[in-house]
Write a protein that binds this ligand. Sequence first.
Ligand code: SAH
Ligand code: SF4
Length: 383
Amino acid sequence: MTANLLDFDLEGLAAFCERLGHKRFRAVQLFRWIHQKGVARFWDMTDLARDLRARLAEVAEVRALPVLAEQVSADGTIKWLFDVGDGNAVESVFIPEDDRGTLCVSSQAGCAVGCRFCSTGHQGFSRNLTTGEIVAQLWHAEHALRRRLATSERVISNVVMMGMGEPLQNYAALAPALRVMLDDHGYGLSRRRVTVSTSGVVPMMERLAQDCPVALAVSLHAPDDALRDELVPLNRKYPLAELLDACLRYLPAAPRDFITFEYCMLDGVNDTPAHAERLIALLRGHRGRGVPCKVNLIPFNPFPQSGLRRSPREAVKAFADRLNAAGIVTTIRKTRGDDIDAACGQLAGEVRDRTRAAQRLARRRVVPLRVERGRSPAPEVAS
Ligand code: SAH
Ligand code: SF4
């Protein structure tokens, strides 16, 4: 089978060139052709020695992902659906803003964590993406956008690993992909502008801090273990105290001096003033010193079968106001691309579920409660 050069970080590509009997520095040229210029055909890489080009054509390829669909939202957001074979497809979303272009990238076909409020989680899990499949999303988006905008300037300035899948449950493929994004000969993105979002895979947070510290976002969604156990099942394995300890250990290596906590606002489930107070107590009180953080509230994006509702605007605003008043910088995420189902948690792609998670989740639903002020019960779980 031919090697997919998108699978390699620069070090891996250097080793590959060496195996072909060529000097390591050739890899820098090759890497730049692929990632900086978006060239896939070896014959077009004109400053590479002819014998290397010929050899590469025999044994290697730059394997792009077939695009099954592209949708453009009224707000300029673009969503691509990529075929990853065997009936699986994953999505990436480009979000243009005045001062940046962000690509939201998928790490798995489906997700095994199974969060209640997430459309990917409801689909179950098929398989991990390879490094090449993660990188191919950026490769395609960056170069397709440059062609469209007729520019040779970089279009994508930020990557968020917030598409389908739990990136830290696919660490072996993720780490080299991040290095390609950060490499000056690759996409040259700043560590502060590459964000890994995790539902809290504690041991892999440590690995990330050691190998490739980038900005970290942690999906919290609940201020206590009882509620988080229901919303993010991984909490039963890595409860909040351990998760927050892992955040504190991540910070010294992190490119930013805070952790971003994501909190999806679910009507009557986690959005009351009492929840806000408990969240403040948790984040400011952990280990007696608190966790340096920002909170990003994500209004829930509904999808069929979730059985959940988005919190009313006033509830989201009031929640943010309380946190801000307590000194926790809190923002409300703007919903982008929801007319093309490209908003957070709406990415569904196509997943051949191998875990029967979809069936399990369909049986158990979090029933939204109208919670009285001051009380904070765990939600009821219907079977
Ligand atoms: N698995 C990782 C990254 C992918 S999900 C994680 O969970 O962090 C990216 C973000 O979208 C997470 O914060 C997730 O909680 C949020 N999300 C999932 N479903 C959502 C929905 N239906 N509405 C709003 N946000 C959602
Ligand atoms: Fe997986 Fe993240 Fe969705 Fe949870 S929110 S099911 S971890 S993709």
